[in-house]
Design a protein around this ligand. Structure first.
Ligand SMILES: Nc1ncnc2c1ncn2[C@@H]1O[C@H](COP(=O)(O)OP(=O)(O)O)[C@@H](O)[C@H]1O
Ligand SMILES: [Mg+2]
Length: 251
């Protein structure tokens, strides 16, 4: 095997890993939507049994056994609803982390091919602007890459109403005065309306017909697990998302 072939295989494997993470997010979204739907069943059953209790108690001599039965059913269904919610929580929790000291710029460069091909598929351009002198950070590389991919994907989706020639996403790194590293993803799309802005990071908040509303929620969970922050600020024009990672990583 020659060297360039080995490099090709390595890059392919890397891109496949990244894609796995993106599809994991999409799969979580689908599962979560399914589970939310599933919740309706026990809730409807609780309402039905409660109504039945009221009816049973409305007669002159209520049958206590029948009422007790209905109450038991209510308890059972409530426990079932609780189980569904804890499954949902387990799904959206950030997966076990594996931290290593990383160069943030290198982590973004690794994604360049994937970002460019995603941008091309959306008839858009993706520019990368990396700052010098960034401190190495202790990170879960795959998780941080997952956040960047989710932010870029949102930007590309937001740009779809714009003319092709104008669509642009910029991924940049900034060194903060205190040494923290800022990763910014900005676009020149329509931006975010004042109505949706306060709820952006809530799970299931989506304005897309096929959206899951989990991208920003799980990205913020990852940022916080790194003792960092993920915030939004209006761009000029468009939207800008800022992932801030502390220079002194978690011990
Ligand atoms: N770059 C952006 N420009 C405009 N709106 C955005 C942008 N990023 C996110 N949003 C808004 O935030 C919502 C939530 O995003 P997200 O949590 O990733 O869920 P989803 O992409 O599945 O809708 C989106 O539906 C969209 O309305
Ligand atoms: Mg999204």
């Amino acid at each position: 095997m020659n060297e360039s072939y080995v490099r090709f295989v390595d890059t392919t494997r890397l891109l496949q890993d990244r894609l796995m993470h993106v599809s994991r997010l999409a799969a979580i979204g689908e599962m979560a939507a399914g589970l939310a739907h599933e919740l309706n069943q026990p809730l409807a059953a609780v309402a039905n049994y409660a109504q039945a209790c009221e009816r049973l108690l409305g007669v002159a001599q209520p049958d206590v056994e029948e009422v007790r039965d209905a109450l038991r059913q209510i308890t059972e269904q409530a426990v079932r609803a609780g189980d569904i919610i804890s499954r949902l929580r387990g799904l959206t929790r950030a997966p076990e982390s594996s931290r290593e000291v990383c160069d943030v710029n290198a982590l973004i460069r690794e994604l360049a091919d994937l970002l460019e091909s995603d941008a091309r598929a959306h008839n858009s351009r993706c520019r990368i602007e990396l700052a010098d002198g960034l401190a190495p950070l202790r990170l879960d590389r795959a998780q941080i890459q997952q956040v960047i991919l989710a932010l870029v994907r949102n930007a590309l989706e937001a740009l779809q109403g714009r003319p092709c020639s104008a669509r642009e996403v910029v991924v940049s790194t900034v060194r903060e005065p205190d040494g923290d590293v800022l990763i910014e993803v900005s676009d020149n799309g329509p931006g975010i309306s004042a109505e949706i802005a306060p709820r952006l990071f809530e799970p299931f908040c989506t304005t897309k017909t096929a959206g899951t509303g989990l991208g920003l929620a799980s990205s913020r969970t990852i940022a916080r697990a790194h003792r960092g922050t993920l915030d939004y600020r209006p761009g000029d024009p468009g939207a800008c998302f800022m992932l801030r990672l502390p220079a002194a990583g978690p011990s």
